[in-house]
Write a protein that binds this ligand. Structure first.
Ligand SMILES: Nc1ncnc2c1ncn2[C@@H]1O[C@H](COP(=O)(O)OP(=O)(O)OP(=O)(O)O)[C@@H](O)[C@H]1O
Ligand SMILES: [Mg+2]
Length: 507
């Protein structure tokens, strides 16, 4: 690690939004050749700092220094000219453009006469993708890729700039373990070439693996800056939350013998090839597998989103056929979808309207919304999930990324379904809110509801599931008790490229 003059420095930077001081006299030093973790709960001011350093907005007061000299980052182009590349928390790719075009968007290689050099766009994009070990063609239309692949394109865009400072705001929220490992390797390579890296993540396991130093924010202020001394995860958590959060995975056993849902031999055009599963009342059934293995597609098949080409679903012994999602909702199913970066929020509604949107009509037997019930239920969920208190007054587009996500979860929890399919429910939410989601899972299963949990966080999946169904290439290849599995069993069993069959691992 290099010491000496920081490449970038914040000196007493403050930034207010209407009604909230998002950054309060923040100081940070970003060194070349170092990965700096920026941590803190949802809404503590991380993205605000990043937007300031990327020239998206101006601070109200304080100074930004580049190699010791005060500078003005008047707009995003100035930031790029300084060699700053940013992967924002929200996607900035254009879904209708090709991968190559997105990678060079705003920065197209041109000939001396100003004509875009398409061969170079394609070759350079292919080079960057290969360096990242991403198997996607530069010619593919970006919107047709999975969320995870789109996220990798977003990252490729920053890598292609050959930046001296690279900022990543929650880059791994949509990635699987494999992609995360590859991204980490790439960042390590960049670090050894002297790049300064600022890294935001709510997954503390990866923070522990990759960062050299950390700065922790709470309510807009720096509460801890590690410098180069290593601090461990439990210290990080208590600095973030300001108190002890207790058991990280408070799992209760609520499984019964009653079968509530059974699926046999499901197949869809979207890639489900042979999915059979049994879900008991009060059970949490985890779906394990790598990104792209078909877990989300199985969820969509169960929920009536994608049409079944084969197979049968039964609910409490009765065969059912869902033609559309509404049929599944009426039958008591709910799905918290994965790709929340695009889906699911009405950005100009307040939290209340968003939370109750899934169950309009469900609130009153006569189809009239009962406002009192809505208000009380909304308030309870905002409290349980520790959603920012601003959520009650402000529209959703003014909330931090993590708080927006909690609202999507709240909506489905509110809908009072018997079977909940949760697809990556804790991506991008802070540690306190994760524990709140786990407690809600307990509360739901205790009340006799059943849950299908999809998670790329292996520790979470192992700790919170009763049984885990392993998904490979759209098929459920094996279902085992979570207690019988170790982290490395799960990784090996999920690996679609290995020739070891899950049977052999569990034998
Ligand atoms: N455009 C905006 N207008 C008004 N308030 C905003 C705006 N953007 C953010 N805020 C508020 O500023 C505070 C800091 O938000 P910020 O997005 O920086 O949080 P964060 O640390 O990135 O959180 P997360 O982990 O959820 O992404 C929050 O209270 C948020 O509601
Ligand atoms: Mg943020």
């Amino acid at each position: 690690m290099t010491t000496g003059t920081p490449l970038w420095e914040f000196v007493d930077i403050s930034k207010a939004y209407p009604g909230v001081l998002a950054n309060d006299k923040v100081n940070i030093k970003l060194l070349p050749g170092s990965i700096h973790g920026l941590l803190g709960e949802n809404g503590c001011g991380k993205s605000t700092m990043i937007k300031t350093l990327s020239g998206v907005q101006q601070p109200d007061s304080g100074q930004i220094k580049h190699k010791g000299q005060p500078v003005l980052i008047a707009d995003p182009q100035v930031a790029r000219n300084f060699g700053i590349a940013t992967v924002f928390q929200e996607f900035s790719i254009v879904p209708t453009l090709s991968v190559g075009e997105n990678i060079f968007l705003g920065n197209m290689p041109r000939s001396r006469f100003g004509v875009i050099n398409w061969a170079k766009v394609r070759n350079e994009a292919a080079r960057v993708l290969a360096e990242m070990d991403v198997d996607v063609s530069p010619d593919v239309i970006t919107g047709t890729l999975s969320v995870g692949e789109q996220q990798l394109v977003e990252i490729a865009k920053a890598i292609a700039m050959d930046a001296r400072m690279i900022i990543l705001d929650e880059p791994t929220a949509a990635l699987g373990e494999d992609e995360i490992d590859r991204l980490h390797q790439l960042l390590r390579n960049m670090r050894s070439r002297g790049t300064a890296i600022l890294y935001v993540s709510h997954r503390l396991d990866e923070v522990e693996r990759i960062v050299d130093e950390v700065t922790i924010l709470r309510n807009g202020s720096v509460v801890r800056a590690s410098g180069e001394t290593k601090i461990d995860v439990s210290e990080i958590i208590s600095a973030m939350v300001g108190e002890d959060i207790g058991e990280h995975y408070p799992k209760e056993q609520n499984t019964t013998e009653n079968v509530v849902l059974e699926a046999k031999g499901l197949a869809t055009k979207s890639g489900v090839s042979d999915a059979s599963l049994t879900l008991h009342q009060g059970e949490v059934l985890g779906l394990g597998g790598v990104l792209g293995s078909g877990r989300t597609e199985i969820a969509r098949a169960l929920f009536g989103t994608d049409e079944l080409t084969a197979g049968q679903i039964t609910l409490k012994g009765n065969p059912v056929k869902f033609r559309r999602e509404i049929d599944a909702i009426r039958a008591g199913l709910a799905l918290v979808p994965e790709n929340r970066k695009y889906d699911g929020l009405f950005f100009n509604f307040r939290a209340g309207g968003n939370i109750t949107a899934a169950s309009l009509g469900g609130l009153s037997r006569f189809g009239i919304m009962n406002l009192k019930v809505e208000e009380q239920a909304t308030r309870d969920l905002i409290h349980d999930l520790e959603i920012s208190s601003q959520a009650e007054e402000k529209t959703v587009n003014f909330l931090s990324g993590g708080n927006q996500q909690k609202i999507v979860i709240a909506r489905w929890l509110f809908s009072d379904s018997e079977i909940l399919i949760l697809d990556e429910p804790t991506q991008g939410i802070d540690i306190g809110a994760k524990v709140a989601v786990y407690k809600l899972i307990n509360k739901l299963t205790r009340a006799g509801k059943s849950i299908i949990l999809i998670s790329s966080d292996h520790d979470e999946l192992l700790a919170m599931s009763d049984r885990i169904a392993i998904v490979q290439h759209g098929a459920i290849v094996r279902t085992v008790k979570a207690a019988d599995l170790t982290h490395s069993d799960l990784v090996r069993a999920s690996d679609e490229t290995s020739h070891i069959k899950p049977q052999e691992i569990f034998a």
